[in-house]
Design a protein around this ligand. Structure first.
Ligand code: AMP
Length: 607
């Protein structure tokens, strides 16, 4: 592909980056050819896995292309610590490691300890993207030369949040099929220019932003790292026709220019692409209003060399909340037995087609579970609508099992995100003494926005069945993310343990003491603090009725059962009970009940 591009698009820009002359398609091909020759003299040939630990940017893009052309590229996150490098380099059985000249990355010491030869990348006189490789010469590699279609071009590991990361080999045929499908979906042309903000150790950046763009004869601007503050300047400077990112990046971009009413930014963009995680519909709307261009949500995964489905460009319909139509491969929904389900029915998303990996490396057990009658099971749950649009409802491993009820956390995220001022919302499982798992949610607010746990729970209670309402909602400045900028729901309870842990605070008023003592009696626990959540302590609806009946007897009036769902801590419940004893407040509460839910929540917030 690169060779053909050199003859078709010769002097047109292929890769661009700050402070350097653009690298043309011809120059890119020359650099790739020179690098393949250098690798051969360093003893690296076809099929040899080469770990690449370089900072983000054009050199990394070129190194990925060149190593793939003559060996197998294994780009690793440069932020890994020594232990991680040791795991990945051992698992890869790396034939060599490429690092920048004078790099002090721990990867270097790990390579030395494993006896893996280190190759240094020395920048050329003419700037980025023009470099040479330096290392100890070795006997020529056995299978030296340019790779062919079925050679493995790239290996990446799955994120491995619940198990050991799995190695995904992708051939040249896989990568080019994916690149072509993306090019066709987005109608990419030689005149298109992508602004790449995605890390180039993730499939999204490598295939959508670099390969799909080059495959169409277009160009890609290689930034050094995503930076929401610099984003408007990049649009000015590079005049890209598109960019692709994960939803958290889009959210950060939107958060830069929050003050409504939003004025559409006049830019060179033709469309915006989002992939690799669910794009909340309000973010999609916000982006379209801000930039005045269509937002195309796509569905990708490493095992499919990235794209599996995508919403089409206008005039065809893009459906918010859907990841669109299958692109160049087949998508089916399977039940547990592997039977195909009809449209409208929910099951596991399965794929087969030219961009899907042949199987995890050295992992027969994982392959036995993942492949079923030629289908690859994605581990995602979803359904197709009558027009073939795919809706992802969650990842099977992320479902929260609350006392036997299986809850897809995305539905909760979407409700919380609909509250004014909520920028990010992530529901996740926390351990629970009797239910097994309970639901918590972490929320990031826009600058200057105000909300409290009680108001958000109230808002959620109006829109979700009670068992899906998070027992705890915590406010954080940022939700922890993985190296690719994606939120990793699994393990969030551990990572947010400090924020989740509520220090014991003794009940502070007579009513709070009464409520706490009643909860203690019913749940048979030693002490209950004023901020302890009744449901997190093991409470359920039956126990809730007992607590309210006993409290009603002590106070001399009936308390409706939903009260405890809305006010699950002694502090909140006591406050509510005090209010219920004051007639004028009763009248105000009755007025509030008549208001539409959003207005009520806003009024409660103001109060
Ligand atoms: P990765 O291999 O890192 O690209 O992650 C792939 C996973 O990301 C998929 O299996 C899905 O669970 C998730 N994913 C990718 N794109 C989307 C999307 N548009 N909506 C929802 N989940 C997505």
């Amino acid at each position: 592909m690169l060779e053909q591009n050199a003859s078709h698009f010769g002097a047109r820009a292929a890769l661009l980056s700050d402070g350097d002359e653009p690298l043309s398609h011809q120059q890119l091909w020359n650099q790739v050819a020179v690098t393949v020759t250098a690798l051969i003299s360093l003893g690296v040939g076809r099929g040899d896995r080469v770990a690449i630990v370089l900072p983000q940017g054009q050199d990394l893009a070129v190194t990925f292309l060149a190593v793939a052309a003559g060996a197998t590229a294994a780009p690793l996150n440069p932020a890994y610590v020594e232990k991680e490098f040791l795991f990945y380099m051992e698992d890869l059985q790396a034939r060599a490691l490429i690092v920048p000249r004078d790099s002090d990355s721990p990867a270097r010491a790990v390579a030395d300890s494993l006896g893996v030869p280190v190759i240094e990348l020395i920048p050329g006189e003419n700037g980025v993207g023009r470099f040479h490789l330096s290392g100890v010469s070795r006997p020529l590699a056995a299978s030296a030369g340019f790779a062919e279609a079925d050679d493995v071009a790239l290996v990446l590991h799955t994120s491995g949040t619940t198990s050991r990361p799995k190695m995904v080999p992708l051939t040249h045929a896989n990568l080019l099929a994916a690149a072509r499908h993306i090019g066709a979906t987005l109608q990419l042309q030689p005149t298109d220019r992508c602004l790449n903000v995605m890390p180039l150790f993730h499939i999204h950046g490598l295939v959508a932003c670099v390969l799909a763009s080059l495959g169409a004869g277009g160009s890609t601007v290689c930034t050094r790292a995503f930076d929401a503050e610099r984003f408007p300047g990049w649009l000015e400077q590079w005049k890209p026709s598109w960019y692709s990112a994960v939803p958290t990046m889009h959210q950060a971009i939107l958060a830069q220019g929050q003050a409504p009413p939003i004025q559409p930014v006049r830019s060179s963009l033709r469309f915006i692409r989002s992939s690799s995680a669910a794009l909340p519909p309000p973010v999609m709307t916000g982006l379209e209003e801000t930039f005045g261009v269509p937002v195309i949500e796509s569905y990708g995964m490493t095992e499919a060399a990235h794209q599996m489905a995508s919403n089409p460009l206008p005039p065809r319909a893009r459906k918010p909340g859907s990841v669109g139509l299958a692109t160049g491969l087949e998508v089916a929904i399977l039940d547990e037995a592997g039977e195909t389900l009809a449209s409208g029915r929910t099951g596991e998303v399965a794929i087969r087609g030219p961009n899907v990996t042949c199987g995890y490396a050295n992992n027969p057990e994982a392959n036995a579970t993942a492949f079923c009658r030629g289908w690859f099971r994605t581990g995602d749950q979803g359904h197709l609508d009558g027009e073939g649009y795919l809706f992802i409802t969650g990842r099977l491993k992320e479902l929260i099992n609350r006392g036997g009820e299986k809850i897809a956390p995305r539905e909760i995220d979407e409700v919380l995100l609909a509250y004014p001022g909520v920028q990010q919302a992530v529901a996740f499982a926390v351990p629970h003494p009797s239910l097994g798992e309970d639901i918590a949610a972490a929320v990031v607010l826009n600058n200057g926005a105000v909300a409290c746990e009680a108001v958000l729970r109230e808002f959620a209670l109006d829109r979700l069945p009670t068992f899906k309402v998070p027992s705890r909602i915590i406010f954080v400045n940022d939700v922890p993310k993985g190296g690719t900028g994606k939120i990793q729901r699994i393990g969030l309870a551990d990572r947010l343990a400090t924020a989740l842990g509520v220090a014991y605070e003794a009940p502070a008023s007579d009513t709070e003491r009464l409520v706490a003592a009643t909860i203690c009696e019913v749940l048979n626990c030693e002490k209950v603090g004023r901020n302890d959540n009744f449901f997190s302590l093991g409470g359920n609806s039956l126990r809730a009725t007992q607590v309210l009946t006993r409290l009603g007897q002590s106070l001399g009036f009936q308390i409706p059962v939903p009260t405890i769902f809305r006010c699950p801590t002694p502090a909140l419940l006591a406050n509510k009970l005090d209010l219920m004893q004051e007639p004028e407040i009763d009248a105000l509460a009755a007025e509030l009940e008549k208001l539409p839910p959003e207005e009520r929540a806003r009024m409660l917030n103001d109060l």
